[in-house]
Design a protein. Structure first.
Lengths: 410, 222
């Protein structure tokens, strides 16, 4: 311990006697570390933002949509095919295990009129399970019941954006809307989920049974009723992959696909989506970190420059130490520790600065930031590593000085 | 204590070579007080550097306390400097940013570890106990040289080498330094080897070695 304590205090004296120069030396490291910390924290923050939004959609959600249909080798738009049916949904609910609820839906764009307001909106016919499967929450009123669904009640639940457009600040519950050929009554308004893909804010939900009265629901060649998508929840998230495989097998059989045919449907689980997002934002975070790391490298070169100057300036000191019996190793360790000490201090100050920056960024409300311990530890140890790496050559130079010449140095 | 046998030292000077020492053979007994004199360029400092293990001879043998040291590597020579030899330089060579006490402690740093009590004792020995926390920049030349002597003797070396210790001092401070050095020799039996230009100082010693052109011209018993 003593063996290390003495070079430490020597290094401290070396640093403390040149305060301004020491500070300028580590400024590069400070900026580099602060950049790494703040950029990485913004990257991590963005990632957690997106993941938590996915979470609100339901992490155990699986969505099946029709595939692109192919006609004589010419591919159509994804979702353009009319391959999914209510009967598919019923078969899945009956035959695939680990499923808690299945909700088929059929969407169509309709002209919607309420009072003097008039808009074109997507209307989605759903089953009562749709609400729980998609994690929808009611802000006022209620969702429709199984009973109302069975008798094809002409009632709708609307998203918050739709409510704004059609009714403004007025309470829409009990109000009437005309859409397609029918008049429906609003029984509930959904809680807003914010701007994002798949947001229910600008959706209108109607019992699928009532939807069939408003628009003609197409049928397949086999006479099955076509739906736009089927969403379902798995009871055990760990079984999501198994459920996806089972559904694939079942649907391929029901759609009479040959072994060489491609799937005519897409299955997307939220789990998978979350994974994709994590990977994408992880790559982005890494890229930001890499750019910041370059400034850390530049800072390291600055440290090396100053250490070389410092060795030259202290040639006489090195000569004195050697005359007093310092071995090459003693001198080498002294300067190496001094360099590591400088960059360690730079790393600590940089962490604090980066923390402050990310705090300021998150307090603007634009992006949330997450400063995680692993990045802090990594940044500090990398800066110490930089000190050791870039201090190596100057320290070696110092240790190799001839004591007689060093003592004569003016 | 010191036995030099036919020591030569040649420095490469570009393409030519500069021969500084041409076969020096000298014996110095333990506890002796010896002065080395000679004109500039006669090889005094080179000889002292060789004895002080700061440099190696080109040829010849050097026995220190019976041990051949002229072929040792840098690490072993550093060990000898740390434990056996104290240096006193003409230009003091203190570290300006450290206090007198810290400078003295530096003398022990590579010789087994710092002991503050011993460092204070050494400062007291040279009459500077009250100046322990002053920096060299706040001291007179004589005081700085006394700190340097304290630094040399703090590790109790058997041999102290002084290269013109009074060269940068006025005569009064010089006399003080010489009296400290001679009393160290008298009281602690330290072997002391001193380069000087001053014949008066040389005559405080027991023996004077005169160098000329890299050779021992004559030895003189005082």
């Amino acid at each position: 311990m003593k063996k290390w304590l003495e070079p430490m205090s020597t290094a401290w004296v070396g640093v403390a006697t040149h305060k301004l120069r020491s500070f300028l030396t580590i400024l590069g490291i400070v900026i580099g570390v602060a950049a790494v910390i703040s950029l990485m924290s913004i990257g991590r923050g963005a990632q957690e933002d997106i993941l938590s939004r996915i979470e609100t959609l339901g992490s155990n959600l699986i969505t099946i949509s029709p595939g692109s249909f192919t006609f004589r080798g010419v591919g159509g738009a994804a979702g353009g095919a009319q391959t999914l049916t209510i009967e598919d949904a019923e078969a899945i609910a009956e035959q695939v295990p680990y499923i808690s609820a299945v909700a088929p839906s059929y969407s169509s764009n309709l002209q919607v009129v309420a009072g003097g307001e008039n808009m074109n909106s997507q209307v989605t016919g759903v089953t009562p399970e749709y609400m729980s499967v998609n994690n929808l929450e009611i802000a006022s009123g209620s969702f429709f019941t199984e009973f109302e669904y069975q008798r094809g009640a002409r009632i709708v639940v609307i998203g918050s954006e739709i409510k704004e457009t059609l009714f403004g600040d007025a309470d829409p519950v009990g109000q009437q809307i005309r859409m397609g050929g029918i008049i429906v009554r609003v029984i509930g308004v959904l809680e807003s989920k914010g701007q994002m893909f798949g947001s229910p804010d600008d959706a209108i939900f109607i019992p699928l049974t009532a939807m069939q009265q408003a628009v003609a629901q197409p049928r397949t060649a086999q006479g099955e009723r076509v739906v736009s998508s089927i969403s379902l929840t798995v009871s055990d998230e760990k079984q999501a992959d198994y459920v996806v495989a089972e559904i694939t097998t079942l649907l391929r059989a029901r759609h009479q696909l040959g072994p060489l045919d491609e799937d005519d449907f897409n299955i997307r689980s939220m789990e998978e989506l979350a994974q994709t997002v994590t990977e994408a934002t992880g790559t982005m975070t890494l890229l930001l970190g890499a750019i910041a790391a370059i400034s850390l490298l530049v800072g390291g070169i600055g440290v090396m420059n100053i250490m070389l100057v410092s060795v030259l300036e202290r040639t006489r000191e090195i000569g004195i130490r050697k005359a007093l019996g310092a071995r090459e190793r003693d001198i080498w360790i002294q300067f190496l520790i001094e360099a590591a000490f400088l960059t360690f201090a730079g790393g600590i100050i940089g962490v604090i600065a980066g923390w402050v920056v990310s705090y300021i960024v998150s307090s603007t409300g634009l992006v949330s930031t997450v400063v995680s311990a692993d990045i802090v530890i990594m940044a500090v140890s990398v800066s110490v590593g930089i000190g050791l790496f870039f201090g190596f050559y100057p320290a070696w130079n110092a240790s190799r000085l001839n004591p007689i010449e060093a003592l004569r140095f003016e | 204590m010191i036995k030099l046998r036919d020591i030569t030292k040649v420095y490469p000077m570009g393409k030519r070579e500069l021969t500084v020492l041409r076969g020096i053979s000298v014996d110095i007994e333990k506890g002796e007080l010896v002065a080395i004199m000679g004109p500039s360029g006669s090889g005094k400092s080179t000889m002292l550097n060789l004895i002080g293990c700061l440099d190696k001879p080109t040829s010849g043998n050097y026995y220190l306390e019976g041990k051949e040291v002229s072929r040792l590597n840098g690490r072993e020579l550093a060990g000898i400097r740390a434990n056996k030899i104290g240096f006193v330089f003409q230009t003091f060579n203190l570290l300006p940013r450290l206090s007198a006490l810290a400078n003295v402690e530096l003398g022990m740093r590579y010789a087994g570890g710092v002991d503050r009590a011993k460092a204070l004792e050494a400062l007291e020995r040279v009459g500077l106990a009250d100046r322990a926390n002053h920096r060299p920049t706040e001291m007179s030349g004589g005081e700085m040289q006394r700190v340097a002597i304290a630094r040399a003797l703090v590790k109790n070396p058997p041999l102290i080498l002084a290269d013109e210790p009074t060269g940068n001092l006025d005569s009064r401070s010089g006399a003080e330094i010489i009296s400290i050095l001679t009393s160290l020799h008298a009281e602690q039996g330290i072997t002391l080897l001193m380069i000087t230009h001053d014949a008066n100082i040389a005559h405080h010693c027991q023996r004077i070695i005169h160098l000329m052109d890299g050779q021992v011209e004559r030895e003189e018993q005082v």
